[in-house]
Design a binder for this molecule. Structure first.
Ligand code: ACO
Length: 327
């Protein structure tokens, strides 16, 4: 009998400082009205100097482990999807492993930008299908505020910090993760990038002056590609499972922009209550956005056993993907 992967606990954590659109109005040439109508965002959470990525990731993980009733010492694997690690070495996953005391667990970071959590779930799914006793902690965690140019109004209003986590293990029941769908198109990398701080580009005063240590985005190109890819991967997941869009009980899409979410909802013909929205509270938290939304949907009772859940993501790379589940 086949093994299936189920999520037995979810958790999330936001830093304590809230920055509203009105706060940004006081700092840069923008308006609450512009931000709300273009993106749906009203506020975002910003980490303080003593809250690195691993701090948020540990807090979210503790909540997920508590819900799952799993001790850190029982974990076999920790996967962190992130584009804003504490440092290049070690990984956030190793820092989380140390902090939790999960000393039996292997640990690695996964670089798939906003799709990091779904890519991580796909990896966890494969391990658990091999060995249903495995317990895998999958985290999406970001401190994007450190990689945003706070003088660039075209990007800084969009992003926020936060973390979400899920504990995955195996079952013989026919439920849990039904299918995973991963895609990428590296040819389009320049539309959404942080050019410096890696090995391609020396860290010189000239480079820092150009702002290459910050997120650069061609908003319209990202928008065009995001709607196309998200719609395609959503139908791919629906068809793979023999569903129609009516069979989707809850859609959790990466919270990048309200207009992208509206577009997807209309193309699928889904009623508003089937599409989870929390972008107004958090902005775009990249890899953290889906696990934060998943935790909110789970804890608020919006997700119920037996429901068909579809999670879809899109981000820099470009990467995109979907995970279909029976909850
Ligand atoms: N406040 C006020 N005005 C602004 C701001 C701002 N914060 N930002 C830009 N503007 C101005 C521009 O300067 C421009 O002015 P101009 O016409 O005088 O030149 C005008 O507003 C329109 O700018 P556009 O870039 O054309 O605005 P657009 O309607 O395309 O919206 C946005 C921009 C919101 C970024 C949109 O392109 C978008 O949502 N793109 C997708 C972005 C996204 O989702 N990225 C993340 C996905 S992947 C991931 O999550 C990492």
């Amino acid at each position: 009998m086949a093994n299936n992967a189920v999520i037995i606990g979810t958790g999330s954590y936001l830093p304590s400082r809230v920055v509203t659109n009105q706060d940004l109005e006081a700092e840069i040439d923008t308006t609450d009205e512009w931000i709300r109508t273009r993106t749906g965002i009203r506020q975002r959470y910003i980490a303080s100097d003593n809250e690195p990525n691993s701090y948020l990731a540990v807090k979210a993980s503790e909540h997920a482990l508590n819900m799952a009733g799993v001790r850190p010492s029982e974990l076999d694997l920790i996967i962190v999807g992130t584009l804003t690690p504490d440092m290049p070495m070690p990984s956030v996953a190793c820092l989380v492993q140390k902090e939790l005391g999960a000393l039996k667990a292997g640990a690695f970071d996964l670089s798939a930008t906003c799709s990091g959590f779904l890519y991580g779930l796909a990896v966890a799914d494969k391990f658990v299908r091999d060995n249903r006793k495995m317990k895998v902690l999958v985290i999406g965690s970001e401190v994007l505020s450190r990689r945003v140019n706070w003088e660039d109004r075209t990007t800084c209003v969009l992003f926020g910090d936060g973390a979400g986590a899920a504990v995955v293990t195996g079952t013989r029941d026919r439920r849990g993760i039904l299918s995973t769908h991963l895609h990428a198109d590296g040819r389009l990398w320049e539309f959404l990038t942080i050019k410096a701080l890696g090995t391609a580009c020396p860290i010189t005063p000239e480079i820092l002056d150009k702002g290459w240590q910050y997120i650069e985005m061609s908003g319209r190109d990202v928008f065009k590609n995001a709607v196309r890819a998200l719609e395609a991967v959503t139908w791919e997941a629906i068809k793979t499972n023999g569903w129609t869009s009516d069979d989707v009980d809850l859609l959790i899409c990466h919270q990048a922009n309200m207009r992208i979410l509206d577009y997807l909802r209309e193309r699928l013909g889904l009623p508003e209550e089937k599409v989870f929205i929390n972008i107004h509270k958090y902005g775009n938290t990249s890899a953290a956005s889906i696990p934060i939304a998943l935790d909110e949907a789970n804890r608020s009772g919006r997700l119920k056993p037996g429901m068909n859940l579809l999670m879809v993501s899109f981000g820099g790379g470009f990467t995109w993907g979907a995970v279909a589940m029976e909850w």
